[in-house]
Design a protein around this ligand. Structure first.
Ligand SMILES: Nc1ncnc2c1ncn2[C@@H]1O[C@H](COP(=O)(O)OP(=O)(O)OP(=O)(O)O)[C@@H](O)[C@H]1O
Ligand SMILES: [Mg+2]
Length: 164
């Protein structure tokens, strides 16, 4: 039996400021389609929530409404498409996650954006965008974006992303 290799396109960016991180998120959010899934990873204070606010803003959501969903696990916003913003930091296991109804959000009508996806990686569909942020404090961040699966091929071409 042969297995088809999964197409992965990777990109690494240096993001010097929180404002640039927000703008990167906004670029990504502007391209999101129903059914897309983004998993964010990175240490405490890396900038996942800054990026998430930008993604929601790019989807047409007022970023002031995008608070950390770590206590509620998931918050759904209505922009030009529904965007479900989750934070898995406080979850013990997948059972706890699926008890929140998270599994029902994957109905193809909205996009899903998860901070701390590495806590429950099995919640991620085989095709997804994985964004890892390296760095903390006031230091510039390295952002690695992996687009995994055919669904993302040729999309999110962010190589020209210029920090403003
Ligand atoms: N280049 C940068 N990119 C992103 N954030 C930066 C950058 N430089 C400084 N910061 C600051 O780092 C902090 C990032 O905080 P944020 O809440 O987004 O992190 P987080 O990864 O969500 O952490 P947690 O896992 O604790 O929720 C913000 O205070 C932001 O202003
Ligand atoms: Mg956060």
């Amino acid at each position: 039996m042969t297995s088809t290799p999964v197409l992965t396109q990777s990109l690494k960016l240096t993001i010097a400021t929180a404002e640039a991180m927000f703008e990167l998120g906004r670029r990504i959010g502007g391209e999101l389609l129903p059914g897309d899934f983004i998993g964010l990873t990175g240490d405490l204070g890396a900038g996942k929530s800054v990026l998430a606010r930008g993604v929601c803003a790019g989807c047409g959501v007022d970023p002031r409404q995008v608070l950390s969903p770590s206590f509620t696990i998931v918050v759904s916003h209505q922009g030009r498409l529904p965007i479900h913003h989750a934070d898995f930091y406080r979850l013990a296991d997948a059972d706890e996650l699926f008890a929140t109804g998270f599994g029902d959000l994957d109905d193809g009508t909205g996009a899903i954006l998860v901070e701390w996806i590495d806590r429950i990686p099995e919640a991620r569909p085989p095709g997804h965008m994985a964004i890892h942020i390296e760095g903390c404090g006031e230091a510039p961040r390295t952002v690695r974006i992996d687009r995994v699966g055919q669904r993302y091929a040729g999309r999110f071409e962010l190589g020209d992303f210029a920090e403003t």
